[in-house]
Write a protein that binds this ligand. Structure first.
Ligand code: ADP
Ligand code: MG
Length: 712
């Protein structure tokens, strides 16, 4: 293929320097096109405008040098330590005694992989010290290094030296230097041929640099750029690229939202019947936050367009009763409601809770989960299709194709983060523009919420029900196990109930985890023979799960041994103690969710975190945070910080698109700004042609991300 024909959409394999092997390596990082490549930006920069000369180096100085390797090899000291020792020099140091040595402890891999050999030209970056392990007087201990490719030296040099040098994270065996060369080639070929992707009016209004300029300056900044700004990702060009990403997602979400907002919905009414019914079921006075949120929901449901709302609230803040009140509004207007939960246990729990609360009202409530018999399910489906069941609670069994509703007006999705966006959509399609209430108990930092759920309106319950006593959380070491068990014994003797949670159900080869089943037997026979101990895990048949839950709720089971299936939604106020085994293996968010099962009544609750002896520092930090705070939003923020920006786990967990350049921790202000601009652009476009053209190109160029937002 002729070079001049390359476009951003061309596959990287057509780029000079990328053969099939490299193309494969890049593809493993989702880099398939030239565009993908150019959006793989440096993660830091080094000021190599001025390289230090070896002759001028002083102890204590941190420097970058470009030198030629003279000798190298693995040595063994008298006390048996392996040291990889390398001597090098530059033009300034070709006099005896003016070499620089570089040393690495135990770096057998350098020898084995034949990383260095004499004659190579290498950058070393590090701190200069006096050598305590040899003859030469200056040394860099474990310096960062970069070996220059042997071919094309003169050209290469201009990318490496005498400039602010971009540092890329290596991709497989593609070193920063190789990536730098590829970027340079791509930018040179694409010169003048990088089409703008942001709307002209948005560029103008926000005074953003062009895309071509942004890419060029981000990869190879001009000399006068500030290293500090570059490092913080705050040069105008870097900001433009971050803005671009947020803007694209923002427009996709805004379009989705507009589509929803314009749809004719089911306009319901708050009648006296609704008010009466709600009054009859409420077992307590709602908190001010619950009232406010219910008002927001009621306003949506009585408007001519469908509601599409995210209800956030920390665990235990009382989201369920609010959802149930919304359900009553729909049912009293003659419609049906579907409540979907991620696990059978949670669905069952909601079902029992709803049945109990709604007992005073003449509603038919159904439970649809996979674990029920085919016959039971068939009967329920028939009654749903006829419209004689008003409220159905279920798992994803609800979205099976043969589930039909006669008059579905409200879809409630609990613990949304556990479902794919597609599943939410599938359920919504079973009605004609039903109202949608999405609930999540994993508090999401605002930036993440905006990026993942920007198409929804937000409501927050930011207040816990009254008389909640803070949970006491303590970390125990394995050797204090007996003490923890004694504590449980005393609590259960005085009439309270306890959870004992295990991470896994089956014995795992890799981790030394005590399986719940074996521990259940041990606890019930040897440790707590005087108590009624129950076992709950995901693989129990549905009716058994239901019966265990019911018995625990009724107090017949005093100690419930369980896997993490109790993590979401389970609500038994008399359970005041939770022992979490192998707490070091859980993430912060999950521990917080688990702990949320207790502290639900008026009694004081205790969470005992039992941790094994071999823990990482990060695990210790997690446990420490848990013992200090109970604020879910704080914990979510800490979680993000601990995971670090490179960690996409949290991202996936919340359904946030995987950004290429933007970083939600670092870039929240740019997100707010880009989102505002995106809303404005969609809702009040300067030119409808511009909006239409942008939408088309967004669709064509960003299929995966766009689809993600589209079905939201
Ligand atoms: P979550 O928000 O975690 O889903 P739930 O809806 O399960 O919380 O509510 C937690 C517990 O608090 C339940 O036992 C519920 O009955 C109780 N609760 C909810 N709202 C109130 C209130 N306003 N006053 C007293 N108890 C409440
Ligand atoms: Mg809940």
């Amino acid at each position: 293929m002729a070079i001049s024909k390359l476009t951003l959409d061309s596959e990287v394999k057509y780029l000079k320097g990328v053969g099939p092997r490299r193309a494969e390596t890049l593809a493993a990082r989702s880099i398939r096109t030239i565009e993908d490549l150019l959006y793989y930006t440096p993660f830091r920069y080094e000021d190599r405008k001025r390289l230090a000369r070896v002759r001028d180096l002083l102890p204590g100085q941190t420097a970058t040098i470009l030198v030629k390797v003279l000798t190298c090899g693995l040595m063994r000291t008298r006390n048996g330590i392996y040291i990889y020792d390398l001597a090098a020099a530059d033009a300034s140091s070709l006099e005896p005694g003016k070499l620089i040595r570089c040393k690495w402890f135990n770096a057998i891999y350098l020898e084995r992989n034949e990383v260095f050999h004499p004659g190579q030209r290498v950058f070393f970056y590090g701190k200069v010290e006096r050598d305590r392990y040899g003859t030469s007087n200056l040394v860099m201990m474990q310096p960062k290094f970069e070996i220059l490719p042997e071919s094309g030296e003169s050209e290469t040099e201009s990318l490496e030296v005498g400039r602010i040098t971009p540092i890329y994270e290596a991709i497989g065996n593609l070193s920063p230097a190789v990536l730098r060369r590829l970027m340079w080639t791509a930018l040179t070929i694409m010169n003048g041929n990088v089409p703008e992707c942001l709307p002209e009016s948005v560029l103008r209004k926000n005074r953003l640099p062009s895309r071509a300029e942004a890419l060029r300056q981000t990869h190879f900044p001009e000399e006068n750029r500030s290293l500090e700004k570059l490092t913080q990702f705050r040069t105008p060009e870097q900001v433009r690229l971050i803005f671009e990403e947020f803007f694209n997602v923002g427009v996709a979400l805004a379009l989705k939202r507009r589509q929803f907002k314009w749809l004719p919905g089911i306009q319901l009414q708050i009648t006296d019947n609704v008010r009466q019914a709600i009054k009859r079921i409420l077992p307590f006075h709602p908190t001010a936050a619950q009232k406010r949120v219910l008002k927001e929901i009621a306003d949506d449901m009585t408007s001519p367009h469908p509601m599409s709302r995210l209800l956030q609230g920390d665990v235990g803040s009382g989201k369920t009763i609010v959802a149930l009140q919304a359900a009553i509004i729909a049912i009293e207007n003659g419609y049906q409601v579907a409540l979907m939960a991620p696990t059978e246990i949670l669905a069952t729990q909601h079902y029992l809770y709803c049945k109990q609360l709604l007992a005073a009202l003449p509603y038919e409530v159904g439970l649809l989960v996979g674990g029920r018999s085919t016959k039971e399910r068939a009967t329920l489906k028939k009654r749903l299709a006829e419209g004689s069941v008003q409220l159905v609670v279920g798992t994803h069994a609800l979205i099976e194709p043969d589930v039909e509703f006669a008059r579905l007006a409200l879809v409630i999705v609990d613990e949304q983060h556990r479902f794919g966006v597609m599943q939410r959509y599938e359920l919504i399609r079973k009605g004609r523009a039903p109202h949608v209430l999405v609930m999540t108990a994993t508090p999401i930092p605002r930036t993440y919420a905006l990026a993942a759920y920007g198409d929804l309106d937000f409501s927050v319950i930011d207040e816990l029900p009254p008389h909640r006593v803070p949970i006491v959380t303590r970390a125990y070491a394995e050797r204090d196990r007996a003490q923890a068990f004694d504590f449980i014994r005393r609590k259960v003797q005085s009439g309270e109930q306890a959870y004992v949670v295990y991470p896994l159900i089956e014995e795992s080869q890799k981790l030394d985890l005590k399986p719940a089943v074996r521990m259940f037997e041990h606890l019930s026979r040897n440790v707590f023979p005087e108590f009624r101990v129950g076992l709950l895990h995901g693989r129990l048949p549905a009716n058994e799960k239901e019966s265990v839950m019911r018995r625990f709720r009724a107090g017949e089971i005093q100690i419930l041994v369980s896997t993490t299936v109790v993590e979401v939604g389970v609500d038994v106020p008399n359970a005041t103690v939770m022992l979490i085994e192998h707490a070091e293996h859980f993430g912060l968010a999950q521990l917080h969710q688990l702990r949320g099962r207790i502290g639900r009544g008026a009694g004081k609750s205790y969470c005992l975190l039992l941790a094994g002896e071999s823990r990482t520092e990060a695990a210790d930090e997690r446990l420490r945070i848990l013992t200090q705070t109970q604020d879910g939003f704080k914990i979510a923020e800490m979680d993000l910080k601990l995971r670090g920006p490179g960690e996409f786990l949290g991202t996936r967990q919340w359904g946030v698109p995987a950004f290429r350049i933007a970083n939600l921790l670092r870039d929240h202000e740019i997100l707010e700004w880009a989102r505002r601009e995106a809303m404005e652009f969609v809702e009040r476009p300067e030119s409808s042609q511009e909006l239409a053209a942008f939408t088309r190109s967004l669709r064509a160029h960003w299929p995966e991300r766009y689809r993600l937002a589209r079905v939201g």
